[in-house]
Design a protein. Structure first.
Length: 356
């Protein structure tokens, strides 16, 4: 994962460098291809859907077997199978914990935790925004899109957090210009700005920096692991291979059904019209009359169905093995397994859950 750092010697949270903010946003936009690909695969928009055949007459089925969604849903469900609980090691602070959990309940933190865990599994990272509702005094929490959010640190060895940025594209209803609206959250202030209108580097504040009184950057980053890798991200090449294999199996079946009929030692007619009439009779009656010395057979490719099935199972097993997420639909997963055997089968899932 790329870490955004800046020289903090001239950093002032009350006077943000807008050119620098825009450069950081452009840098982030150039790096989110990986996140968008993961999101695309979770949504079953795999590369196989864009496969083109060289011959237009060839069958071109594009089968998507969405192991990506299965892996993420299983990992997230296991990770968040019960809401996060909170406790205090000091009994005297129990009242403070109660106030905290009451605030969490009002803010529907459990739902946001679930969304964060979901983003972590797919994108490798999740972001949460803590804020005060407009015109109210209650704390609110919401999940932010990982492909529109990032944090910025100083360039020291400690990499102290300076601010977080959340941006999105919108159309100005007055000028009809395409612009980016960015919200920059520092430790004490929230600044909203508009950047890059119609590719002209125009910058202007919408509001002056407003104090948020949280005492820290209110955008929080949750990493799926140290390198921010999604649960199925490193298995995408295997998922592509599985999709291609299954698509080719369906293509082979379709081409087998549509095989060419070859006739040796006889003609089906003297001209196109007579041939067409003969073919019509053949399709209706399923009967072909030939001279004694003639013969007919279908011209088709011979494929090793048993070998393809072995390859399919091997690829599928590798997908789940390397993701450390068990295939819950596998008949060998449950069976008559003992408690120790079941715990061993879930060991990989427990490992990635512990890392989360």
């Amino acid at each position: 994962m790329f870490t955004f750092t800046i020289d903090s010697s001239n950093y002032d949270e009350t006077k943000l460098n807008l050119v620098q903010i825009e450069e950081l946003i452009n840098k982030h936009r150039n790096l989110i291809g990986r996140i968008k690909k993961n999101q695309r695969y979770y949504e079953a928009n795999h590369d196989i859907k864009r496969r083109q055949k060289k011959l237009k007459t060839s069958a071109n089925n594009r089968v998507v077997c969405n192991h990506a969604k299965d892996i993420s849903d299983t990992a997230t469900g296991y990770f968040m199978n019960s809401p996060i609980s909170y406790a205090s090691y000091d009994n005297q602070n129990k009242e403070s914990i109660d106030k905290l959990t009451d605030a969490f309940d009002k803010a529907d933190v459990d739902d946001v935790d679930s969304d964060n865990a979901h983003d972590m599994s797919i994108c490798g990272v999740a972001y949460e925004y803590v804020y005060i509702k407009q015109g109210e005094t209650e704390i609110a929490v919401r999940n932010l899109e990982p492909d529109h959010t990032f944090l910025v640190y100083d360039d020291t060895i400690e990499q102290n957090l300076l601010f977080g940025v959340y941006y999105y594209r919108y159309k100005d209803v007055i000028t009809s210009q395409q612009c980016y609206r960015a919200t920059v959250c520092t430790k004490n202030y929230i600044t909203t700005m508009i950047l890059e209108c119609n590719n002209r580097n125009r910058h202007r504040f919408i509001d002056k920096p407003v104090k948020h009184f949280f005492g820290d950057v209110p955008i929080i980053e949750y990493r799926n692991n140290k390198l921010c890798i999604g649960d199925f991200e490193q298995q995408i090449s295997l998922i592509d291979a599985y999709n291609k294999l299954m698509s080719d199996r369906v293509n082979d079946k379709e081409q087998f059904v549509e095989s060419l009929l070859v006739i040796y030692g006889s003609l089906m007619g003297d001209d196109n019209e007579e041939v067409s009439e003969t073919m019509k009779i053949l399709k209706e009656n399923g009967l072909l009359e030939l001279p004694a010395e003639a013969r007919a057979e279908y011209l088709s490719r011979v494929f090793d169905e048993a070998g393809m099935e072995v390859l399919r199972k091997a690829i599928k097993e590798d997908i789940y093995t390397f993701s450390h997420v068990p295939n819950l639909t596998d008949e060998n997963f449950v069976g008559n397994s003992s408690g120790v055997a079941m715990e061993y089968k879930l060991l990989g899932l427990q490992m990635i859950t512990g890392e989360k």
